[in-house]
Structure formats: structure tokens, C-alpha cells
Design a protein around this ligand. Structure first.
Ligand SMILES: Nc1ncnc2c1ncn2[C@@H]1O[C@H](COP(=O)(O)OP(=O)(O)OP(=O)(O)O)[C@@H](O)[C@H]1O
Ligand SMILES: [Mg+2]
Length: 267
């Protein structure tokens, strides 16, 4: 897809938040993103376009590792029940994803969460691979900067040539802001979302830290831009800071935190 088509897709995705696009319920495909900051359930239609999504903030998974199994199951059950009511359609199966750096054993826990919530796991894919389902990068990179970690995949001629992740994401930015302003982490999260522009001088070293991780993970350097996705750098100015630090063009997208969740449903 061109960047314009990706951005249109994401605008359509944002519009179906708890508000399904009518499809008659046929041939829906579901995805569940067990993130560090939020758990997201997505649905796409037979035409691969967004149909529905919903999310619940939850601290049940840390960097792909399920740290509170029972709570994770409860969150997925809630999301599933709300989706079934909204879509008038059962959710029998869904795909899910794990961060690239997580081992096979931990990623299996994600499958068990779905199964305990009454959903068969039809596929488990790494998060960057899921994002690629939507972005379809030919020459370039994908950097998924979430709550806890940054995963980077480099593509050449549409083929993956490297994939890895490093710790560091939105939660670390919250810690920096909380420390600098002497507020608690929850308050820092609110300030970051509502007034990041006022605190860019505090946040910049943290963003550069993330950029440093992205640069180290972009080996070899891609021919095209690095697509910045995930929620952690979703404020004005962040892409410019990353681009300057990495010395490489950056492509930003609206609603960047929806790329991986919808990619999971598409996979
Ligand atoms: N509008 C916003 N402005 C700034 N930051 C935001 C915004 N929305 C979300 N975030 C930040 O994005 C982060 C969550 O991003 P995302 O949903 O991609 O993470 P996740 O998938 O839960 O985590 P991970 O992929 O690391 O497991 C949080 O740190 C949150 O503070
Ligand atoms: Mg994520």
C-alpha cells in the first residue's frame, strides 16, 4: 500500500472504535494484541478493511510475557463479549502476536490466554510481521515502539532481512516525565498524551534513547524510510527527533498504535 492508502486505512480503523462497520457479520477475521499498555481486539472483513476494534488498558503482559494470566483472560473475555454483542457474531477464533525478541515458550502463553477466554488461536505471529501485513513495506523498516519495547524489522524487496527488539518505549518516557516533574506515573501518562508539546525538552532525551535503539536495530540500513508505529511516539515532533537522531527518513502514520492490532487480524 502507498503511505496515503495506509493512512486512509488507519483513519477508517479509528472510526470503527466500538462502532462496527455493517457487514452482515460474514467472514470476519479477528486479532487480539496483548500489549504492555493495552489489550486490543480488532476485526476486519472479507475485503480486509477494518470492521471493529475495542481496547482495554491493562497491565497483564510485560514485553510479550504474560505476567497476570487470570487478569489477561478476563480482559480478553470482556473484549470478546463486547465485540460479540456489537457485531452480533460469535468470535470463535483469532490471531495473536508476540514481540520479536520473545522466545517460543513465552509466546505460547498468549495462545493459552486466548484459549482460556474461549477463542481458538488460529495464528501466532511476531508483532512486526503483523504490522507488515498492513504496511506492506518493500524497501524500508518498521519500528513498533509500544509501551515496553521497540521492535524493528528491515525489509528489502519486500523480504525481511533483519528482525529484533530492545527494551524501551512509552512507559520509560512516563518514568522520565514523572521524575522530572515530581508527579506519579499515571499523571505523567496523562500529561504526555495531553500536553507533550509543553514537555518536549524533558522528553527529547528519552525519545533519542528510543531512536538510538532503532538505529542499532536497523542493520543493514534500509533503502526506504523507517515507518514509526505503536503508541509511544504518537505526538507532534517525535518523528522529527527520531529522523534527525537516526539520520534516516521517517514515515509517520495517524493512529499509529492501530497498525499492529489490525495487522494481526489481517494475518
Ligand atoms: N495519544 C497518545 N499520545 C502519546 N502517547 C500515547 C498516546 N496513545 C498512547 N500512547 C502511549 O503509547 C504507549 C502504548 O503503545 P502501544 O499501544 O503501541 O503499546 P503496547 O502494544 O500496549 O505495548 P508493547 O507493544 O510494548 O507490548 C503507552 O506508553 C502510551 O503512553
Ligand atoms: Mg504493541
Amino acid at each position: 500500500m502507498t503511505d496515503l492508502e495506509v493512512d486512509e486505512y488507519l483513519e477508517q480503523a479509528a472510526a470503527v472504535y466500538r462502532n462496527p462497520r455493517p457487514t452482515g457479520g460474514a467472514d470476519l477475521r479477528f486479532g487480539v494484541d496483548l500489549g504492555t499498555a493495552t489489550v486490543v481486539l480488532t476485526a476486519v472483513g472479507a475485503d480486509r478493511r477494518p470492521v471493529y476494534y475495542d481496547q482495554i488498558p491493562a497491565e497483564v503482559v510485560r514485553d510479550g510475557v504474560v505476567v497476570d494470566f487470570a487478569a489477561a483472560v478476563a480482559v480478553v473475555r470482556d473484549l470478546s463479549a463486547r465485540a460479540e454483542a456489537a457485531l452480533c457474531s460469535p468470535i470463535n477464533e483469532a490471531a495473536t502476536a508476540y514481540p520479536p525478541g520473545v522466545g517460543e515458550a513465552e509466546s505460547r502463553a498468549c495462545r493459552f490466554v486466548l484459549e482460556q477466554a474461549g477463542i481458538e488461536c488460529r495464528k501466532i505471529i511476531d508483532e512486526v510481521g503483523a504490522a507488515q501485513e498492513l504496511l506492506q513495506v518493500r524497501d524500508g523498516a518498521i519500528a513498533d515502539v509500544g509501551g515496553g519495547s521497540s521492535g524493528v524489522g528491515v525489509y528489502r524487496d519486500g523480504k525481511l532481512v533483519s528482525l529484533a527488539d530492545r527494551p524501551g518505549g512509552g512507559h520509560h518516557l512516563n518514568l522520565i516525565l514523572a521524575g522530572a516533574l515530581s508527579v506519579d506515573v499515571a499523571e505523567a501518562e496523562v500529561l504526555k498524551r495531553t500536553a507533550a508539546g509543553d514537555h518536549l525538552s524533558i522528553l527529547t532525551p528519552g525519545i533519542e534513547r528510543v531512536a538510538d535503539n532503532i538505529r542499532r536495530l536497523m542493520e543493514p540500513l534500509p533503502g526506504g524510510p523507517v515507518h514509526l508505529i505503536g503508541g509511544a511516539l504518537m505526538y507532534p515532533g517525535a518523528g522529527r527527533i527520531v529522523s534527525r537522531y537516526v539520520g534516516h527518513p521517517v514515515a509517520e502514520h495517524p493512529h499509529a498504535l492501530l497498525v499492529t492490532p489490525f495487522g494481526i487480524a489481517l494475518s
